[in-house]
Design a binder for this molecule. Structure first.
Ligand code: SAM
Length: 333
């Protein structure tokens, strides 16, 4: 079995692939009201190109793929891409991150194509507030999507919530309670100084520890050991059907265990979400590069993967908002 290690002895076996920079929502912390200038159609990787990159990555040790965006379900025929990825030997796990708006329509086809799991981003359980945060999203559509995903067998369904002080932090308890009767994995992700500058303020950041202390008011949380925990730490209320997860990119950063590589919709390999370093693999592909050359570029992106980001807050304050040339929707969250 091939194992791909970086300079810091981290095993790199996970690739997150952004299939589009377009999104059907305009979340207040992610995108400006009018959206971002779209990447030109001809610059976006075709499914066959994505599959070719994954085939080579799989040969050198990548085993897990996550499809993301933008909103992946706005791109035509995503189940076809899932099928292409599934046909690649060595890929053991294919998952997708979505806002859930179009999930009801695609859940069955995704499951039939071989998708293993789904993550749904959801920052409020109140219809009005959801509409405000997403600038127009319909919460009912997300709930229908969650039900369709469960029915299609895309379990366990993970719900990712970003608590932001003064915006939705009063819903931490409601989200936690969802795990009492439903088998969801509700995961709280720390708000990062990334995305839209105008929405970020240090005071809006809530560390995982504080989020957990709010969740603990409902009942005692016991640690749960999960097989595929990734960067999340999991807990469960006694007798609950689901689990709660805490993802702490800032207060307890997990760069030391980072196993990922990102591929942007326009074909750039990005070794770290927080670093601007990118390797252009699309130009190589389109100028007829051999598999050996594609492999060299993948290995190069692993070689330049930084040891970590420098934004953690322990006793130290977050340095500042991280200005990026690309927004989250253009990298793939
Ligand atoms: N459209 C898909 C979705 O909604 O899941 C995939 C792309 S979206 C950019 C991926 C995730 O990034 C969402 O869960 C969103 O909450 C998260 N995200 C965006 N900006 C963030 C920030 N500043 N801090 C924490 N999470 C952020």
């Amino acid at each position: 079995m091939t194992v791909l290690k970086d300079r810091f002895e981290r095993t790199i076996d996970y690739m997150r692939i952004s299939v589009t920079d377009r999104c059907n929502l305009r979340c207040i912390y992610c995108m400006p009201v009018g959206g971002l200038p779209p990447i030109e159609h001809k610059e976006i990787l075709r499914y066959e190109e994505i599959a070719q990159i994954i085939s080579t990555a799989a040969r050198v040790g990548v085993k897990k793929i996550r499809i993301t965006g933008g909103e992946p379900l706005v791109r035509r025929n995503i189940p076809h891409l899932v099928k292409l990825i599934r046909e690649i030997g060595c890929i053991r796990d294919v998952s997708l991150t979505t806002n859930g708006i179009l999930l009801e329509r695609y859940a069955d086809a995704l499951a039939e194509a071989g998708l293993n799991r789904i993550n749904v981003s959801l920052d409020s359980l109140r219809p009005d507030r959801y509409r405000e945060i997403t600038r127009g999203g319909d919460l009912k559509a997300v709930f229908r999507g969650l039900q369709a995903a469960e029915k299609a067998g895309l379990n366990p369904v993970k719900i990712n919530m970003v608590p932001i002080r003064g915006v939705n932090d009063d819903e931490i308890s409601d989200f936690s309670r969802m795990t009492l009767g439903s088998p969801y994995q509700v995961r709280f992700i720390e708000f990062m100084p990334f995305g839209l500058r105008e929405t970020w303020a240090t005071e809006k950041f809530i560390p995982s520890e504080e989020i957990r202390s709010v969740a603990e008011k409902i009942g005692t949380l016991r640690p749960v050991v999960m097989k595929k925990a990734g960067p999340a730490r999991y807990f469960k209320y006694g007798g609950a059907a689901g689990v709660l997860g805490f993802i702490s990119p800032l207060s307890n950063h997990f760069c030391g265990e980072c196993n990922r590589l990102r591929l942007t919709a326009d074909g750039k390999l990005r070794p770290c979400l927080f670093s601007e370093t990118e390797i252009d693999i699309r130009s190589a592909l389109r100028s007829g590069a051999s598999d050996a050359e594609i492999e060299r570029l993948i290995r190069l992106s692993i070689e330049v993967k930084p040891e970590g980001h420098n934004m953690q807050i322990g006793n130290t304050k977050i340095r500042s908002f991280r200005e990026q040339t690309r927004q989250m929707s253009k990298i793939g969250g």
